[in-house]
Design a protein around this ligand. Structure first.
Ligand SMILES: [Zn+2]
Length: 85
């Protein structure tokens, strides 16, 4: 059981979809419902750096200072999605 999405780092308990979905419709706790739908990533071309910038932008929209956004997202490049060759 993952506590955090292995793509964007969001806490799984904050995911309104309670996890992504595989191609057969089953749930996965590897990735959240924003990142992974029907067995595929929503933004397959995204790099870890782009994902980090995207999440900081999302948090900024919710009133989070950029520095705090950076703190929350700095571990994104270490997540499993970005470690496959
Ligand atoms: Zn995610």
């Amino acid at each position: 059981m993952n506590k955090f999405c292995q793509s964007c780092g969001m806490p799984m308990k904050s995911d309104p979809g309670h996890g992504g979905t595989e191609a057969d419709g089953s749930k996965t706790d590897e990735y959240c419902s924003y990142c992974y739908v029907n067995g595929a990533f929503m933004q397959p071309e995204m790099t870890a750096q782009e994902m980090q910038a995207f999440c900081i932008e999302k948090m900024k929209e919710q009133g989070m200072p950029k520095f705090v956004g950076w703190l929350f997202t700095r571990s994104i490049p270490k997540l499993r999605r970005w470690h496959t060759a």
